[in-house]
Design a binder for this molecule. Structure first.
Ligand SMILES: C[S@@+](CC[C@H](N)C(=O)[O-])C[C@H]1O[C@@H](n2cnc3c(N)ncnc32)[C@H](O)[C@@H]1O
Length: 282
């Protein structure tokens, strides 16, 4: 499918302006691949026609749809199990100890896509009911994609989506099969997570958060934007909070706001001279 360099530039610019995600020239092929269905559905003869309509003053809703289509929502349940084991094992045990007085944990999944990441956490807490009895575990999950958040809220997943990452036992424990071939997540897990549309390009939701997950989101931000986002995450984090990034992602050379967690290699903690935390209004 043909897409002129000018249209590619325009659409990549739109995506970056709305979300911070960059599409370097080497990844521009994605534009044609993911926008083709939208162009067909809206009756455009070519992708260049679609791009021109997006840029027109009346192109608002079409631009929204194009940005949604350009976002990469790849995710699955229990993605990087080893990293979750570290987070939900030693790192969580440490937080459990330091929070015994208030019995409260605040978790933020930033860039949660269709919800699998946040529900992975919710499954963990629900699976250890006795241990967390009397605790308030607040899980906030956000994404810039309205469509992703709508699916996350619905708690509905295809057979393919539930099979990816979950064992048969976990599937049967936490999901109910629906007519057709979709699966609905248990109501108690749905109630355990608050999903909101939010862009990391704007101010973070009010913290402080004890655990922040920001996985496979910052990869395609510009270096400057990534630095700003790390500063904002640090400002929203409790002093002893834990940050989990995607497998292979690190803070080294990208920010001074977080450093490697000396006790849990692979996780990160706010550095002593991080930006001042923003507290939730009480
Ligand atoms: C590849 S998915 C990763 C999902 C999940 N964190 C994981 O690791 O499985 C990246 C997600 O980041 C979201 N995203 C991209 N830019 C964002 C922004 N500026 N603010 C919030 N979310 C963003 C995308 O919509 C997408 O759902």
């Amino acid at each position: 499918v043909e897409l002129s360099a000018a249209s590619g530039h325009l659409l990549a610019g739109l995506l970056e302006a709305r979300t911070g995600q960059q599409l370097p020239l080497s990844r521009r092929w994605r534009i044609a691949a993911v926008l083709q269905p939208l162009a067909r559905e809206r009756g455009f003869k070519s992708l260049d026609d679609l791009a021109a309509a997006v840029a027109a003053p009346s192109g608002g809703a079409l631009a929204d749809a194009a940005v949604e289509a350009l976002l990469n929502n790849e995710t699955f349940f229990c993605r990087d199990r080893a990293a979750f084991d570290l987070l939900l094992g030693p790192a969580l045990a440490r937080l459990e100890q330091s929070r015994t007085a208030e019995r409260r944990l605040s978790i933020w999944c930033a860039g949660c896509s269709t919800g699998q990441e946040a529900y992975t956490l919710a499954m963990h807490f629900a699976g250890q009911r006795l241990r967390w009895q009397g605790w308030k575990i607040d899980i906030l999950a956000t994404d810039v994609s309205k469509a992703a958040i709508a699916q996350a809220r619905s708690g509905l997943y295809s057979q393919f989506e539930v099979q990816r990452g979950l064992s048969a036992m976990e599937m049967l424990r936490w999901f109910e099969q629906q007519p057709g071939s979709s699966w609905r997540i248990a109501p108690e897990l749905r109630r355990a997570v608050r999903f909101e549309v939010h862009s990391l390009a704007s101010e973070p939701p009010p913290g402080p958060f004890d655990i922040i997950l920001c996985r496979n989101v910052l990869l395609y931000f510009s270096a400057a934007m990534r630095r700003t986002v790390f500063d904002r995450l640090a400002a929203a984090a409790a002093p002893d909070a834990v940050l989990m990034l995607g497998a292979g992602e690190t803070v080294g050379g990208r920010t001074d706001a977080f450093v490697s967690d000396p006790e849990c290699r692979g996780l990160f903690v706010p550095s002593a001279d991080r930006p001042t935390p923003r507290r939730a209004a009480s």
